[in-house]
Design a protein around this ligand. Structure first.
Ligand code: AMP
Ligand code: GLY
Length: 453
């Protein structure tokens, strides 16, 4: 927390961007376009595209190296640290790296708990009367199993801690729910450990909600809130929403699900009460608050909160964002969103992002496969359209080739006049990109198109 509550943004700001995936590539690309940027430093372990945009930080970026990283930030006169992923936020890096002369974009450890501890997040929502799925939190196996068995109508079993988007099992039957509890909390009879480690020591079992999902992200500076255009993510690995959950297989923005009335209701009944609920606990949230919502027949309900930009939601959002992202990040971190001269503008076109993944994702995968066709993908855009190829998990190998380096490898983001044409362009562009075992969902956006037509 800066000692001076109303610092002035310097003419030029040196930035350190922490994180190295598709979300951070999208952020880096926008930050790089800012007229206020001094130098952009990035994590030396980031993906190939991020390393091509920024200068690699010479210090390791890790919790044990925080003291040295702080000294390095002083030496390089870093004015703003931007933290992309949830794990460092939950680990308190925003607290560690903020000084009198340096702001951090991303919430404190206390505020990041809204994502890192789903059980606690539920308590905050309950106390603030924020609509969410009815649920109970369990620390012990036996009562969790008994409860799961009693849920004839099905339920959702969630690891309370961080599990890279994979810690949620939607269980239509009690048998599946019991199996999910056993997987997460371990099974002494079979001598198995919980599959998410300590993240599954506490679990949440909640009602299975029906409806369309929507991701609503907002810049929150501790006082003011700026709600961004809503996105829709596609979490399940297979077309038609089948198979296990992933970190996100694709997202588009804006979604026609959101009317202005619905967005006002979400801000008034969900986002603002949550921020107020945190404040009553003495916690000031600064950064991006991400509400994963289910639009049920009874209105929008929260499935989860995240304390950062979504990945892949960030890619279509950043593809559409107009104006100076760096100014917005800085103002959010400084608690000065209200002082920005211009608001946030979005390109009127729709952005559709499809994620090319490695064979086997979200299970085990192999890495190191050369990637081709990126330029051909970008060349698919017609007049008035654009294709941006964001890297998610890539690296450069010893032969100077860009190769796959993760489960989610490339996020192809297409901008076009409407969702149908954005999806079509994204699919055509993604089909141009090849690496061994690559696959992607061709139906990003179809769920809503089918529901409307
Ligand atoms: P979460 O990480 O909590 O957003 O959950 C991942 C995904 O699981 C969500 O995007 C939904 O598709 C699904 N999910 C989570 N909670 C529920 C729920 N209560 N009812 C139905 N589906 C859910
Ligand atoms: N796309 C979902 C997430 O970032 O958690």
């Amino acid at each position: 927390m800066p000692a001076n509550p109303r610092p002035t943004m310097p003419e030029r700001v040196n930035v350190l961007l922490i994180g190295g995936g598709g979300r951070e590539h999208a952020l880096a690309r926008q930050i790089k376009q800012s007229s206020r940027l001094g130098r952009l430093w990035v994590d030396s372990t980031a993906n190939a595209a991020i390393l091509a945009i920024g200068t690699p930080c010479t210090e390791p970026i890790s919790k044990p190296a925080m003291f040295r990283l702080n000294s390095w930030c002083d030496k390089e006169e870093i004015g703003l640290v931007v933290i992309g992923p949830e794990a460092p936020l939950a680990d308190g890096w925003a607290d560690d790296l903020a000084t009198e002369n340096r702001l951090v974009f991303g919430p404190s450890k206390a505020a990041a708990r809204i994502e890192a501890d789903k059980g606690w997040a539920k308590e905050i929502m309950r106390s603030a009367s924020v609509p969410s799925a009815e649920g109970r939190t369990f620390k012990d196996r036996a009562p969790a199993i008994a409860y799961a068995m009693s849920r004839e109508e099905g339920c959702v079993v969630k690891a309370s801690g961080l599990a890279a988007g994979k810690g949620v099992f939607v269980c239509p039957t009690p048998e599946e729910a019991v199996a999910a509890v056993q997987m997460m909390m371990g099974d002494p009879e079979r001598r198995t450990q919980g599959c998410f480690g300590a993240a599954g020591d506490t679990i949440v079992i909640e009602e299975l909600l029906q409806g369309q999902e929507m991701s609503v992200l907002a810049f929150v500076d501790g006082r003011s809130i700026w709600v961004l255009d809503p996105c829709q993510d596609h979490k399940q690995v297979g077309e038609g929403d089948v198979g296990p959950n992933t970190g996100g297989m694709g997202a588009y923005c804006p979604t026609p699900l959101a009317t202005p009335e619905l967005m006002s209701r979400i801000e008034r009944d969900i986002l603002v009460p949550t921020i107020d609920g945190l404040r009553r606990e003495g916690i000031i949230f600064r950064g991006v608050l991400y509400a994963g919502l289910m639009l049920t027949a009874g209105g929008p309900k929260v499935l989860e909160y995240n304390c950062r930009f979504g990945d892949p939601e960030c890619q279509p959002l950043m593809a559409r964002l107009q104006g100076d992202l760096l100014e917005v990040l800085w103002a959010t971190a400084a608690g000065q969103l209200d002082e920005l001269e211009s608001g946030l503008e979005f390109d009127p076109r729709t952005a559709c992002c499809v994620v090319l993944c490695s064979a086997g994702y979200p299970g085990s995968i192999t890495k190191g496969h050369p990637i081709t066709g990126i330029e051909a993908a970008e060349a698919e855009a017609g007049p008035g359209e654009a294709v941006i190829v964001f890297h998610s998990g890539t690296t450069v190998d010893s032969r100077d080739r860009v190769v796959s380096a993760g489960g989610r490898v490339i996020s192809v983001t297409a901008l076009a006049a409407d969702l149908t044409s954005a999806q079509d362009l994204a699919n055509r562009a993604a089909a141009k990109i090849e690496f061994a075992g690559a696959f992607f969902r061709r139906d990003i956006g179809s769920r809503v198109m089918n529901s409307i037509s």
